[in-house]
Design a protein around this ligand. Structure first.
Ligand code: NIG
Ligand code: FE
Length: 383
């Protein structure tokens, strides 16, 4: 394979804590990996040259939390919310009904469209959850579809108890039994919506523990609608990530920090449900690694845009632009326990975004403007 030098990079955000930003940089890619970064003019040469023209280059975004396999939309629910209705997650059942009624090609086409939207906005790694099937076969087929788009697939049979379940206990038995057996071959992760009205601490522990026994790694939807046991459970089980973290007690924050659980913040959900934003600075000050993700789903956050989430995190959650970009790249990689993506260090996958801007700060400074000019995935031009 040929090598490529990205030359005349105005500002390179590497994601390498040792040398996070390089002004006037170049970067060399070979066989889909980064092999050199440094000052423009000092590069060792390559077969091809891409003139970045003084623009900013960042790693591809790592969107570590998304629910992309579904059918239908919930425009009416959103409109009602914008006129004052509260978000309760009750609408999940509407999407479950539409998803069950859809064919595999329909679901796959919807997922493909969202993945393409994400790529066009700079996302080169995405996690995709099931959770809108909620029968053995519907969850299995959703995960099989997800697997066609990413290795970062998550079994979320425990999204809510579906209305047709005999009882909550009966449904937990299915989620930890037959459904898990059918889904595990397509999943890397197991997740649970640990929240009042969904699954309590004991049910969530049982579900995650069963998933771990089946070879999956745990992550948790925690503290979205109110304070609850999700963050503590994530810490107890050594989960990679606790997601949402909108409502956390001081003890929750301490537990996440000491267990090394990433807090994945999803500002699109606060935006779309008119909820108060979490305080990201409180988490950083306690030593918690923060990730930013879209939570892309038809109910609580129908955005596929990491640049939008970066802008929200800066405006509403107390992150500096640098911290927000770090959370959207290296933070997401940490939430997925990946060391090959989320940073442009030697040996990393050459997933990079050329912004039509001199600095990543413009992602927050110019919100809503399509600044993603080029996307390269594994060293190949994808957008
Ligand atoms: O992450 N919290 C649970 N799941 C989704 C919402 C799903 C829905 O409303 O359809 C979330 O926000
Ligand atoms: Fe979610």
């Amino acid at each position: 394979m040929t090598s490529t030098v990205f030359d005349r990079i105005g500002l390179l955000y590497t994601g390498d804590p040792e040398r996070e930003e390089v002004a006037g940089a170049a970067l060399v890619v070979e066989d889909g990996r980064v092999v050199w970064t440094g000052r423009a003019g000092d590069d060792p040469g390559a077969d091809e040259r891409v003139d970045v023209g003084g623009r900013c280059v960042i790693p591809g975004f790592v969107d570590s939390h998304a629910h992309l396999v579904f059918a239908g939309d919930r425009t009416a629910e959103f409109t009602a919310r914008m006129s004052g209705e509260r978000y309760t997650a009750g609408g999940i059942r509407t999407t479950v009904e539409a998803t069950r009624a859809a064919t595999v090609p329909e679901l796959a086409a919807g997922t493909a469209a969202l993945v393409a939207e994400m790529l066009a906005q700079g996302t080169t790694t995405v996690e995709i959850k099931s959770g809108y099937g909620l029968t053995v076969e519907d969850e299995r087929r959703c995960l099989e579809i997800a697997r066609g788009f990413t290795d970062e697939t998550t079994y979320l049979g425990a999204h809510v108890v579906p209305p047709d379940a005999a009882s909550a206990d009966d449904y937990v038995r299915t989620v930890t039994g037959e459904m898990l057996t059918a889904c595990a071959p397509y999943a890397r992760w197991v997740d649970v919506f640990c929240e009042r009205g969904a699954f309590d601490a004991d049910q969530s522990r049982e579900i995650l523990t069963a998933g771990v026994k089946a070879g999956l790694l745990p992550r948790v939807h925690a503290g979205q609608l109110g304070e609850g046991p999700g963050a503590m459970l994530a810490a107890e089980l050594g989960a990679a990530s606790a997601d949402h973290c909108t409502h956390l007690t001081d003890a929750d924050v301490e537990a996440l920090a000491s267990a090394g659980v990433v807090a994945t913040l999803l500002p699109g959900a606060e935006f779309s449900t008119r909820s108060p934003y979490p305080d990201a600075r409180r988490l950083l000050e306690a030593g918690v690694t923060v990730a930013l993700a879209t939570d892309c789903n038809p109910g609580s956050s129908f955005t596929s845009s990491m640049p939008f989430c970066v802008a929200l995190a800066v405006r509403e959650m107390g992150l500096t632009p640098l911290e927000a970009v770090r959370a959207a790249t290296a933070g997401g990689a940490a939430a997925l326990r990946r060391t090959d993506v989320g940073a442009l260090t030697v040996g990393a996958r050459a997933d990079l975004v050329v912004l039509d801007a001199p600095s990543y700060v413009h992602l927050a400074y110019r919100p809503g403007v399509p600044l993603v000019l080029q996307v390269w995935k594994g060293g190949r031009r994808a957008v």
